[in-house]
Write a protein that binds this ligand. Structure first.
Ligand code: NAD
Length: 377
């Protein structure tokens, strides 16, 4: 069985789906692995490092894809890449299947079996396969570094011959995986950190990291699966009032609030930004799904009075060596689940397979995707 690793083609993407550490294990397990020339370069993995663990190198994408049984990608394929996928091959990547109806139809037509990493259920058993979590860790970390870099103030308290410098107050809105990592990182840099969420379970996690819980417990804001739900109009008003005071007092605000499958909630209005003190910095990690701040523009830095609003995109790519390694380990666990004795073996009774496989044998087989994209092709 031949596993291939293309060079990512999305502009700015430095990650690679499989790193030499994992490739070595796959080769030992009897799989053959082919890596496109330079695929790992931007993440710090040379072709020689892949060859050393038993992979071979393909000079270009066309050669790579020909004869592939398994294609391991980070980002979803472009139309041109789908055309290179052999019929019957197995594609794994962050396919954004729920919001990419054309891609899903194309994959079905091409009879590709596709596995959308973002649809792996967030259960305890699936934790080691969960790329949303592994990559969100980098999001929280990098967001804090971006804020510290852009802020005109130190994060820690400093006692110097030139007097004492008070520490920065960092408010983290949304205490999921990214938010908790942001809290931990800001604490390590010495800031005074506050954590806000609307899920009651977040309180204990925020406090266990040594931050002050400033959240609101909104009734019915949590699903049985532990995710946030969209809140009611009255709850939005309550949250707005509560947050206005907190935001006005913060030197740095990191916003990470998301509701799966929906636009990110707008939590920081223009008026709230106007009430912040000059030099304050907002890093809006939800920029790619619409933004938590009304002024955020994805991929840009917006100045509003004395306040800087940063809307970063693809933060995990900025820590590509480690995020690729984590991503690759997640993939290795998925391969253990779906490859048996050197052949693809999908058990649709398994909730992980049922949840994440999108197309198979020319049909859209995933219930959630079917509901979005329409009936099977
Ligand atoms: P996410 O990226 O979907 O959202 C980030 C945070 O934003 C969440 O904590 C959410 O409560 C919060 N949020 C949403 N709307 C908000 C609002 N209006 N105001 C303030 N905050 C708001 O979340 P995530 O990081 O993917 O994690 C979500 C949940 O899933 C967490 O409970 C996490 O512990 C859990 N989880 C479980 C597993 C697992 O068991 N495999 C893995 C990862 C995450």
């Amino acid at each position: 069985m031949r596993v291939v690793v293309p060079k990512e083609t999305m502009p700015g993407e430095c990650r690679v789906a499989l790193v030499p550490e994992t490739v070595g294990k796959l080769v030992k397990a009897g799989l053959s692995v082919v890596v496109e020339q330079g695929a790992g370069e931007a993440a710090g993995f040379t072709d020689a490092a892949y060859e050393k663990v038993g992979a071979s190198i393909a000079p270009d994408a066309r050669t790579l894809y020909a004869g592939a049984d398994v294609v391991a990608k980070v980002q979803k394929p472009t139309e041109a890449e789908v055309e290179l996928l052999p019929e019957g091959s197995f594609l794994v990547g962050v396919l954004q299947a729920l919001v990419s109806p054309e891609l899903v139809q194309l994959l079905a037509k091409r009879k590709v079996t596709s596995f959308a990493l973002e649809l792996v259920p967030r259960t305890t058993r699936a934790q080691s396969m969960d790329v949303l979590s592994s990559q969100a860790t980098a999001v929280g970390y990098k967001a804090v570094l971006a804020a510290a870099d852009a802020a005109p103030r130190f994060f820690p308290m400093l006692t110097t011959a030139a007097g004492t410098v008070r520490p920065s107050t960092v408010l983290v809105i949304g205490a999921g995986v990214a938010g908790l990592q942001a809290i931990a990182t800001a604490r390590r840099l010495g800031a005074v950190v506050q954590g806000f969420d609307i899920r009651p379970a977040a309180q204990e996690q925020v406090e266990s990291l040594g931050a002050k819980w400033v959240g609101l417990t909104l009734e019915g804001a949590e699903t049985a699966g532990g995710y946030a739900k969209e809140v009611t109009e009255e709850q939005k008003r309550q949250e707005h009032e509560h947050l206005a005071k907190l935001v006005a007092g913060a030197d740095v605000v990191i916003t990470t609030a998301q509701v799966p499958g929906r636009r990110a909630p707008v939590l920081i209005t223009k008026d709230m930004v106007a009430a912040m003190h000059p030099g304050a910095v907002i890093v809006d990690v939800a920029a790619e799904s619409g933004g938590n701040c009304e002024l955020t523009r994805a991929g840009e830095r917006v100045r509003a009075g004395g306040v800087l609003v940063i809307g970063p995109v693809n933060l995990p790519s900025g820590v590509a060596q480690d995020t690729s390694t984590m991503f690759s380990r997640n993939l290795a666990k998925i391969f253990e689940l779906v490859i048996k004795d050197g052949a693809l073996a999908l058990d649709f009774e398994d909730e992980i397979v049922r949840g994440a496989v999108v197309t198979h044998e020319g049909r859209i087989v995933n219930e959630a995707v079917q509901a979005q994209v329409g009936a099977a092709v």
